[in-house]
Design a protein around this ligand. Structure first.
Ligand code: ATP
Length: 321
């Protein structure tokens, strides 16, 4: 993605529906133009099989949600395909992104290939300014090691261009006035915006978001959703993990469901949410899960979200004291 953005053919909802209408709503189904293909990826932790995915294809240019109950293996799966964890040996794991094989590739090389995930504002990053966080994003997202790269000789000729790009992205994400503030001083929603803006510094072909709405004030939820949709409309593929089913219904073009490490369903949001295997997986995990309805982000939903966020904030506050 660049500053001068061009609309993708898939900015049109009818074009996206048409594209996906021919895809089998079955786990592991083939996609017309898959940007990511994964085969036989498994990860055991002691006796637990956290991930056991036989085959998955992610369609280029659309928003795919990866959902599933707590402990389904979603984060472990993200870690595996981005090189932050290794599959368990001996299972013939193979995956490729945009035609390039990524098996056993380091996290920074995965990012260089164009598949970039967002990172939470860790302690180290919280102590840096918003602008420094953005400058590090240009370094291809090496996680906790990002801070080290600040001191590389890199900061020379390229710096000005990178700075200009960072300022442009901060403006787009309404964070320009915060550029000299510490990352740690931002609200939950602003942190998510910064994480997204930072990931965009390396012009990803696919952006991977792990719970982009967690801890976000309802006022910023709409703005974050809008940003995610704009990225897709400009041609960036989006793969995101999210617990909030209203959000999933609202912005996903395709939904992949995991349970107990395996893919259990795929399809449009409506298709998967009426799928018995999905309902069973959620009911087995937590009985109070709301699988969403058509009242997308209604006032009542937003109020509920606000209450949940306040409750989580209070819990965090209590933990700290
Ligand atoms: P959530 O939605 O709650 O974040 P998830 O779908 O992302 O869950 P994972 O965090 O990937 O699920 O966890 C999958 C399983 O693997 C869980 O049983 C978890 O306890 C286990 N697990 C994950 N990481 C480790 C680890 N480093 N060591 C041991 N077990 C782990």
């Amino acid at each position: 993605m660049s500053e001068t953005t061009t609309a993708s053919g898939l900015a049109d909802p009818a074009a996206r529906r048409k594209l996906m209408s021919g895809v089998d709503p079955e786990p592991g189904s083939a996609k017309p133009d898959a940007i990511l293909k994964v085969d036989n990826i498994t990860r055991h932790f002691g006796g637990i099989t956290a991930v056991d995915v036989g085959h998955l294809e992610v369609q280029r240019g659309i928003i795919t949600a990866l959902i599933g109950p707590n402990g389904a293996g979603k984060t472990t799966f993200f870690n595996l395909i981005t090189g932050f964890d290794r599959p368990s040996a001996g299972e013939g794991a193979h995956w490729s992104f945009d035609g390039a094989t990524l098996d056993r590739t380091s996290a920074s090389k995965v990012a260089k290939s164009g598949m970039v995930r967002t990172f939470q504002l860790t302690k180290a990053l919280s102590r840096m300014t918003v602008m420094d966080n953005m400058m590090l994003g240009a370094q291809n997202q090496a996680g906790e090691n990002l801070a080290k790269s600040l001191f590389k000789p890199f900061w020379g000729a390229q710096e000005k261009a990178i700075e200009t790009k960072a300022l442009g992205l901060l403006e787009r994400f309404s964070l320009l006035e915060k550029r000299d503030d510490y990352g740690g001083s931002l609200s939950g929603g602003q942190r998510k915006l910064l994480e997204m803006a930072r990931a965009l510094m390396s012009d990803p072909k696919m952006i991977m978001l792990d719970e982009p709405m967690a801890g976000v004030n309802p006022a910023l939820t709409q703005s974050l959703l809008g940003h995610i949709q704009s990225l897709r409309d400009e041609g960036t593929t989006v793969l995101f993990v999210e617990h909030d089913m209203h959000v999933v219904r609202h912005i996903s073009d395709w939904v992949v469901v995991m349970a107990e490490g395996r893919l259990v369903a795929e399809g449009s949001a409506d298709t998967v949410m009426s799928n018995q295997a999905v309902i069973d997986a959620y009911l087995g995990a937590h009985h109070d899960t709301d699988l969403g309805d058509d009242a997308l982000l209604s006032d009542a939903t937003l109020e509920q979200l606000e209450k949940e966020v306040a409750l989580e904030d209070a819990e965090r506050e209590e933990e700290r004291s």
